[in-house]
Design a protein around this ligand. Structure first.
Ligand SMILES: C[S@@+](CC[C@H](N)C(=O)[O-])C[C@H]1O[C@@H](n2cnc3c(N)ncnc32)[C@H](O)[C@@H]1O
Length: 277
């Protein structure tokens, strides 16, 4: 697996190559349906763009993220905009019950929210059940966990190109290359079963194919370098540019449309799961 404990995120690079991520969260934000009395926990909040938007519709919101760079940007933005009901902390949410302890008092949130982060947080098979249990424990009875993340088949072309490139350029075996992929893209059936195992009643689970336009000027190379930073960090420095160039070459015909714009095949998994009263 890509080196799990290192911060591979830079909020500047995220905003340059993936500013579409929080902008495309309309549906999951509708599902969250934040109310003025809600106390919300946002797991994998990143640079806090969505968290700070949500702050205006709820009583208070706590954003947790693994990345110190993302959390610093979120705190700076909150201060700049004078938003006082949003607080942020660094926590590995794959170990939510242990790592989130100082931010997550059991039974204290009306809603737990997560956008575009659960496929990272669920990468390690050993901590997956704990993530759902952590969300469940954080909620008041009757509270809901509302999330969107990459689902089964997400960005399949880029995953395949990364693996091919790691094999051909960096000399890894297919299995070793696959092991470096830092995401877990769950199916609806898998997610439902795990949510129910944690005690939730699943109210909605859906998978949507949503081809997504990449940021002009950054394109597929910017996307691969941003989201594949952990993969690149795991291989010899001298091979990194070669791996990226090879993957870009493999993908260029597949992702490019007639007008030169680039799209990749995002598949979103969305869920609403309630903790019984
Ligand atoms: C694509 S960003 C999404 C950020 C934000 N929710 C949004 O919608 O813009 C994914 C975020 O997940 C965070 N992340 C990945 N693994 C994590 C973990 N184990 N614990 C907490 N955050 C994690 C990353 O640091 C990153 O900020």
């Amino acid at each position: 697996m890509a080196s799990a404990n290192k911060d591979h995120w830079s909020s500047n690079t995220y905003q340059a190559s993936a500013s579409f991520v929080p902008k495309l969260a309309t549906k999951v934000v509708q599902y969250l349906d934040a109310k003025p009395s809600d106390k919300i926990l946002d797991i994998g909040c990143g640079d806090g763009v969505l968290t700070l938007d949500l702050a205006s519709s709820c009583s208070s919101i706590v954003g947790l993220d693994f990345s110190a760079s993302m959390i610093q940007t979120a705190k700076d933005e909150a201060a700049k905009k004078n938003i006082t009901n949003a607080t942020f902390g660094i926590a590995d949410c794959s170990r939510l019950p242990e790592d989130g302890k100082s931010f997550v008092q059991p039974g204290s949130y009306d809603k737990v929210f997560s956008n575009a982060a659960m496929h990272w947080i669920l990468r390690n098979p050993e901590t997956r059940d704990g993530v759902f249990r952590g969300a469940y424990d954080a909620l008041k009875p009757g509270g809901v966990f509302v999330f969107e993340c990459g689902g089964a088949g997400n960005v399949a072309e880029t995953v395949t190109a990364f693996i091919a490139s790691l094999v051909h350029v960096a000399g890894l075996s297919v299995d070793a290359a696959r092991e470096l992929i830092p995401w877990y893209f769950a199916s609806e059936a898998w997610a439902s079963a795990r949510l129910e195992k944690a005690g939730f009643k699943v109210e909605k689970i859906e998978l949507e194919y949503r081809p997504t336009k990449l940021v002009e000027g950054q394109g597929i190379e910017g996307w691969l370098r941003l989201f594949g930073a952990g993969i690149l960090d795991s291989i010899d420095e001298s091979k990194r540019d070669g791996v990226i160039n090879h993957a870009v070459g493999l993908l260029s015909g597949t992702v490019t449309r007639e007008d030169g714009s680039e799209y990749i095949g995002y598949v979103r998994l969305r869920g609403i799961a309630r903790k019984p009263q």
